[in-house]
Design a protein around this ligand. Structure first.
Ligand code: NAD
Ligand code: G6P
Ligand code: MN
Length: 443
């Protein structure tokens, strides 16, 4: 079997060791020749790089491994770039979450004003790595997790329409794992129909391969427990704040009982509830929970490996949800035609929604990338919500391209999470000053 060369962009990410461990676990399905880490923060990446170098020497000495901040070294002779950069890192995530609170609005990584602010930063970083990839390995595919995926995907559609970038999210995968636990099946035994935008969608069908429909059974369960499950099958989303989110799915479902909701809809359907929760502890948001939790855990492990000079007895967790990335890489490399939920240009997949919207739908993935499966007509309630939100995402990208203050103000005003044009303007001015040079200049 061909051996592949992979670069992980955002090598210093808290998710890097989990993805590397997952790839080591899948070498028979996806053999690796070379594995490289690339980051523009050499100090941060260096800790994970040094630890993984020790680990790989012990566990997979045949794989050529290196970590670098040099784009040419990183992006030359690679087949896949797995990208998960966070422009502005946790320091800026913290601001995305905390600045809106000053204006009576919740702050979140990908939704509402926080997501919009992060989007304006992310586009620049994403264009940079896409251009490196195309310069040094023109045939390479980028499998991109970097958030906010909806805005990043729209920016790719507008600014890099011919680039081989696939935008993906693990939330549909993680939630499907929960559903599979609810009905007593394996996740790979289930096939879904789903429509929406990234972090803004609904399942309309969950069937096994024999065609048995589980949606009612899951709905009954979710209407009582949300997506909380007996056994943790979705190991990435287990912190207390995530448990709260899984539970809240019960109230989201109550609004549209016919379909199963993505948990992120809580930010759009219950923004006042989210704000009330956040305002009780405005100094400790999700960014702080992650810095004290996952980030500390991952980097402490790495430091321990370096200190011991060996990874023996110090295991990084295998990032189970990240098998999605290997499945996707395999689908492209081996034309497997696997069915996966992805973020793609609509082009009729959702019949009563604009062709040029970036939507999240099931796709068949092969050598030429994803082909969206038709999801038909959607109800007016979801259509209207989605149209409002997709217009916000498009306005953000237009504001970025045109350096337009006006469009950014409109984007924030239109967001269902912001109460008025007045609040939107005050928020915008605050975000501009907090983001400084990380945003393009708006006038
Ligand atoms: P992190 O801050 O730990 O890691 C991000 C890394 O990206 C940092 O090491 C940083 O230095 C690096 N970086 C920033 N800008 C860069 C640039 N221009 N070029 C190269 N490297 C750059 O963050 P994390 O919590 O591990 O998350 C990483 C990313 O993955 C985030 O965007 C997060 O939202 C995303 N994510 C997405 C999904 C999804 O469903 N799509 C799931 C999990 C994580
Ligand atoms: C889910 C979402 C991602 C998001 C992540 C945040 O997996 O799909 O898009 O980045 O959660 O997780 P965190 O643990 O960093 O809050
Ligand atoms: Mn996501």
């Amino acid at each position: 079997m061909k051996k592949f060369s992979v670069v992980i962009a955002g090598g210093g990410s808290t998710f890097t060791p989990g993805i590397v461990m997952m790839m080591l676990d899948n070498l028979e399905r996806f053999p690796l020749k070379t594995l490289k880490l690339y980051d523009n923060d050499g100090d941060r990446q260096g800790i994970l790089g040094e630890a993984l170098e020790i680990l790989l020497k012990e566990q997979a000495p045949d794989i050529e491994f290196l970590y670098t901040t040099d784009p040419e070294t990183a992006f030359s002779e690679v087949d896949f770039c797995m990208a998960h950069i966070r422009v502005g890192k946790y320091a800026m995530r913290e601001k995305d979450e905390k600045v809106p609170l000053r204006h009576g609005v919740f702050g979140q990584e990908t939704c509402g004003p926080g997501g919009i602010a992060y989007g304006m930063r992310s586009i620049t970083g994403m264009l940079e790595i896409i251009d490196y990839m195309e310069k040094y390995s023109p045939d390479c595919w980028m499998l991109n997790y970097s958030n906010p995926a909806a805005i990043v995907a729209e920016a790719c559609r507008v600014l890099r329409p011919d680039s081989k970038v696939l935008n993906i999210c693990d939330m549909p995968v993680g939630t499907l794992r929960r559903m599979s636990q609810i009905v007593g099946k394996k996740p790979e035994e289930l096939e879904v129909r789903y429509f929406g935008l990234n972090h803004f969608g609904w399942w309309t069908s969950v069937k096994d391969r024999e065609g048995h429909e589980y949606i009612e059974q899951i709905r009954d369960y979710v209407s009582e427990h949300g997506y909380l499950t007996q056994i943790e099958v979705d190991t990435q989303h287990t912190d207390p704040s995530w448990q709260e989110t899984h539970k809240k799915a019960k109230d989201i479902l109550a609004v549209t009982p016919e379909y199963l909701p993505n948990t992120y809809l809580k930010y759009y359907l219950y923004p006042d509830y989210v704000f009330e929760h956040m305002k009780d502890h405005p100094e400790f948001t999700r960014a702080n929970e992650v810095m004290e939790g996952r980030e500390k855990h991952v980097f402490d492990h790495a430091r321990q490996i370096i200190e011991n000079g060996s990874a023996e007895g110090i295991a990084f967790d295998i990032d189970a949800h990240a098998t999605f990335i290997v499945d996707l890489a395999r689908a492209i490399a081996f034309n497997t035609h696997e069915r996966m939920v992805m973020i793609v240009e609509n082009n009729g997949a959702i019949a009563n929604f604009p062709d040029d919207a970036m939507v999240e739908v099931p796709c068949i993935v092969g050598t030429d990338g994803p082909e969206a499966l038709a999801q038909g007509q959607i109800p007016a309630f979801q259509q209207a919500l989605m149209f409002q939100q997709v217009t916000v995402e498009k306005l953000v990208v237009e504001a970025y391209v045109e350096n337009s203050y006006q469009k950014m103000w409109q984007a924030l005003t239109l967001s269902k999470t912001v109460p008025s044009a007045q609040v939107a303007k005050e928020l915008l001015d605050d975000l501009i000053s907090e983001n400084g040079d990380a945003w393009p200049e708006l006038h």
